[in-house]
Design a protein around this ligand. Structure first.
Ligand code: KG4
Ligand code: ZN
Length: 372
């Protein structure tokens, strides 16, 4: 008889994470080792550096997850691992480690799609039953992170279709690159979120990409797509024009904020920049909700930590539509979402062979959610 305990491992980007989750919902141990300190000098994730760090930490992180859960591998029913999408060198560390673990302990190996796992993570705080309820569908999920900005329509059958994605940068990248441009540090999202507090979000009119604003007609195929490269470029020009940055270097250099720049100007700039990103995310999600007749909405991924996004979504979503915003600890990359979703494969007798490969990008916009 299966214990229902799944050990999950996540190494798709710059967090080495492991978790033990019981029957898809009870998180028994959840360890995340962040590499932020290693990547911050580069203001972005260096894939080979991430892989080396994963290799160094994975053994310890898995041991800690098991220790926190108070179980040994003998109690584990399956090993689950993110096999994509993500940074290939980083993914390979987790995938190969878990293959070895599964083989050595005669356990099934379950390969998990990181993107679908982010959606699942929104329900890990005791709300997984909402996922099984047909009344929640169609569901529209906004997966918004450093690697993704996509709108996904999930049907009660479990078919999950990506109906819109970014045509250039992800929203998380817009936060990270914006913060880099202003010399604030990495990762940019939390720093901009904090720095924008008290600022006036209406101070400066940053562009709202692919919304049909600014008189540019929106092509129908871009209705649910996103673009964040314009707002980033606009921030560069704005910062030069207003003397916010010390030198007008390009986006790849570290730039310091001018000491003469007023703190109010910086706060208003950050608040307005953040508002431009948040408004596009909200309006596209609400438009998709109306168009597809959504019964529930999900906001997940690292950017879902953003306080302004959480506020605006909560304020703007109509009362007749259920809104689930992932709890912050399950927004950013973690392995609880991996172990949780994997239980549904295990329950249905599905495992993936030892020849399972890692992949960097999704090959199809249609996925199958295993929880339905
Ligand atoms: O989901 P995640 O941990 O990794 C990926 O799968 O990409 O997301 C990381 C992203 C980073 O771009 C980070 O700046 C952003 O999430 N982020 C935020 C906030 N916290 C994290 N963005 C805006 N506001 C935040 N509070
Ligand atoms: Zn992620």
């Amino acid at each position: 008889m299966s214990t229902g305990l799944v050990l999950g491992v996540e190494t798709s980007c710059d967090e080495t994470a492991a978790a033990v989750v019981e029957k898809g919902c009870e998180v028994r141990g959840n360890i995340v080792s962040s590499q932020v300190g290693k990547h911050s000098p580069y203001c972005g994730v260096v894939p080979e550096l991430a892989a080396r760090e994963h290799l160094e930490n994975i053994h310890m992180v898995v041991g800690e997850a098991l220790g926190t859960a108070g179980v040994g591998l003998d109690k584990i029913a399956a090993v689950a691992v993110t096999n994509g999408p993500g940074l290939l060198p980083a993914l390979l560390v987790g995938v190969n480690f878990c293959k070895g673990l599964a083989l050595a302990n005669d356990l099934p190996l379950i390969a998990v799609n990181h993107f679908l796992a982010h959606i699942y993570g929104a329900f890990l705080d005791g709300a997984t039953s909402d996922l099984y309820d047909d009344a929640s569908y169609p569901m529209i999920a906004l997966v918004v992170s450093g690697g993704h900005t996509s709108l996904v329509k999930v049907e009660s059958s479990g078919v999950a279709e990506i109906v819109g994605s970014t045509v250039d940068d992800a929203a998380g990248e817009a936060f990270d690159k914006g913060a880099k441009l202003l010399g604030l540090g990495y990762p940019g999202g939390p720093l901009i979120d904090k720095g924008a507090h008290g600022g006036d979000p209406r101070s400066f009119a940053f562009p709202r990409g692919l919304t049909g604003a600014a008189g540019k007609p929106l092509a129908p195929e871009n209705r649910f797509n996103f673009s964040f490269s314009g707002v980033k470029t606009s921030l560069l020009y704005h910062s030069r024009r207003n003397g916010l940055i010390l030198e007008d270097g390009d986006m790849t250099r570290n730039i310091r904020i001018s000491e003469e720049a007023s703190p109010e100007l910086l706060r208003d700039t950050l608040a307005s920049y953040q508002q431009a990103i948040v408004e596009v995310l909200c309006s596209k999600m609400l438009d998709a909700a109306e168009f597809f007749g959504a019964k529930s909405l999900v906001v997940c991924g690292g950017v879902a930590c953003n306080s302004r996004l959480r506020e605006e979504m909560s304020r703007r979503v109509p009362e007749n539509i259920a809104l689930k915003i992932a709890p912050p600890k399950y927004c950013t990359d973690n392995a609880a979402m991996i172990a949780g979703i994997a239980w549904h494969y295990l329950k249905n007798g599905i495992s993936h062979g030892i020849d399972t490969d890692a992949f960097s990008r999704m090959s199809s916009p249609i996925l199958t959610a295993p929880w339905k």
